[in-house]
Design a protein around this ligand. Structure first.
Ligand code: MUC
Ligand code: MG
Length: 395
C-alpha cells in the first residue's frame, strides 16, 4: 500500500535545526529568602542560593534551568560558585553553536568536558528542554516519552527543629489541604530526643504520614538502637541514615528494618543506582536532577532502580518552581512514582521565581502542561534577589 503524506516536503521541514542552535548561555546567581530556617544534619539555610541558566536559541526563544545546592558545598560537592564557573569555563563552550534538540549528543559533550558536576549539567539540560519545547510548542514531557501522570501527592518538610513550631506548621498545611505527608529532618541532635520529637509529631498529626531524613547523621550502632523505635511510633520511611559512601551498612540496615529505607546521597549516577540496587542498599531511591545530571539521565536512573525492584520517590533540593517543573516533566512520564514527590521548594521560598505554571491543591502538586517546562519565569523578581546578575558565557 502506498502511504501518501499530505504535507508537502517543504512544510514538513518545519523542524529546523538551524533555528534551534544555541546562540547564548547565561547564568545568574540568586539569594532567595525562605519563610523560615531549614535545618539538616550538616547545614542550615535561611535563604536559598540558586544558580539560574538562561539559554537563547538562534530563533530567539529562551529556556531556563536551575542549578541547586544546599549550604554551599555541604549537601554535595557542588556550590553556587562551582556550578557557575563550571558552566562558564567548561560546559557552555562545548554547547554554543550546536543544535539544542540533540539532547543526547549534548549530554555526551558535557560529560567529556567535565566529570560529575551534575547540578551544573542538570541546569543546562533543563534549559535545553525548555527552549526546544517552547520552539516546537511542545511540553518537555512530550520530548521525554509523553505524560502518564497529571499530579502527585506532595510532601512537606518540617525542619525548624522546634517541635511546637513544626506541629503548628504541619497542622496549618493539613487544614489547608496542602500536605498530609511530612518529612522530618533528623540527625541533628541526640537520637533519644529526636525520637521524642517524632513521637509528639505523629501523635499531633492524625491522618498524616511522617517520614524521616537522617541526612547521613547516624552511625550503624545508632541505627541498630533507634530504628526499632522509629518503627514503633509508625514512621513510614527512613531516608539515608548512614554515610553516603557506606552502601554495605545501608544494605545491612535495610535488611534488618521493617520500615522501608531510602537511599539519597548514596546514589548519584546510574552506576551508583545499579550497585545500590544489586546490593539492596535501600528499597527506595530518591530521584534528583542534581544527582543524575540531566532529565534523560534521571529517567534512566528510575529505570535501573525499578529493574532492581526499588520503589521511587520524587526528591528535591529545595528548587524553585523552575527546578520543580523540570523534575515534574520527568516524573510525569514514569510508570510509577510510588512515594509521590517532595517538591515543596516553591513554597519554602517567601516568593517563587515563577509567576504561573504550578499549583498545589488537595494535597497534590499539578504538573505543568504548557510548552517547554510550562512555567512563566518572573524576571523582575529574579533581578530583585540576584546577587550575581546575568552573565553570558564566551565560546
Ligand atoms: C535531602 O537530603 O533530601 C530535600 C528536602 C529537604 O528538606 O532537604 C533536601 C535534601
Ligand atoms: Mg535526603
Amino acid at each position: 500500500m502506498n502511504v501518501v503524506n499530505p504535507v508537502p516536503a517543504s512544510q514538513r521541514d518545519a523542524f529546523d535545526e538551524e533555528a534551534l542552535r544555541i546562540a547564548r548561555v547565561e547564568t545568574a546567581s540568586l539569594k532567595a529568602p525562605t519563610i523560615r530556617a531549614h535545618r539538616l544534619s550538616n547545614t542550615h539555610i535561611s535563604h536559598k542560593a540558586i544558580v539560574l541558566v538562561r539559554i537563547t536559541l538562534a530563533n530567539g526563544v529562551v529556556g531556563y534551568g536551575e542549578g541547586s545546592s544546599l549550604g554551599g558545598p555541604r549537601w554535595a560537592e557542588e556550590s553556587p560558585e562551582s556550578i557557575r564557573s563550571c558552566i562558564h569555563t567548561y560546559l557552555a563552550p562545548v554547547l554554543l553553536g550546536r543544535s539544542a534538540n540533540r539532547f543526547e549528543a549534548l549530554a555526551l559533550a558535557m560529560s567529556k568536558a567535565a566529570s560529575r558536576n551534575t547540578a551544573a549539567k542538570a541546569a543546562i539540560e533543563s534549559a535545553l528542554y525548555d527552549a526546544v519545547g517552547r520552539s516546537l510548542e511542545l511540553p518537555a514531557t512530550q520530548l521525554l516519552g509523553g505524560r502518564i501522570h497529571d499530579s502527585f501527592e506532595v510532601i512537606w518538610a518540617l525542619a525548624s527543629g522546634d517541635v511546637d513550631q513544626e506541629i503548628d506548621e504541619a497542622r496549618a498545611k493539613f487544614a489547608a489541604r496542602e500536605h498530609r505527608r511530612f518529612k522530618v529532618k533528623i540527625g541533628l541532635s541526640d537520637p533519644r530526643s529526636e525520637v521524642a520529637r517524632l513521637s509528639r509529631l505523629v501523635e499531633a498529626l492524625p491522618g498524616c504520614e511522617v517520614i524521616v531524613d537522617v541526612n547521613q547523621g547516624w552511625t550503624v550502632a545508632q541505627c541498630n538502637r533507634w530504628i526499632p523505635a522509629l518503627e514503633e511510633i509508625g514512621i513510614a520511611l527512613i531516608e539515608q541514615p548512614v554515610a553516603a559512601r557506606d552502601r554495605i551498612n545501608l544494605a545491612r540496615i535495610t535488611a534488618r528494618s521493617r520500615v522501608p529505607v531510602m537511599i539519597d546521597e548514596g546514589a548519584f549516577d546510574v552506576g551508583d543506582v545499579a550497585e545500590a540496587g544489586a546490593a539492596a542498599a535501600g528499597t527506595v531511591l530518591s530521584l534528583k536532577l542534581v544527582k543524575s545530571g540531566g532529565l534523560m539521565e534521571m529517567k534512566r536512573a528510575a529505570g535501573v532502580a525499578a529493574a532492581h525492584g526499588m520503589e521511587l520517590y520524587g526528591g528535591c533540593l529545595l528548587e524553585s518552581g523552575i527546578g520543580a517543573a523540570a523534575h515534574l516533566a520527568v516524573f510525569s512520564t514514569l510508570p510509577a512514582l510510588h512515594w509521590g514527590t517532595e517538591h515543596f521548594g516553591p513554597r519554602i521560598l517567601t516568593r517563587d521565581l515563577i509567576s504561573q505554571g504550578l499549583s498545589f491543591r488537595d494535597f497534590h502538586i499539578t504538573c505543568p502542561t504548557g510548552p517547554g517546562l510550562g512555567v512563566s519565569v518572573d524576571e523582575d523578581y529574579i533581578a530583585e534577589v540576584a546577587d550575581g546578575a546575568w552573565r553570558p558565557a564566551a565560546a
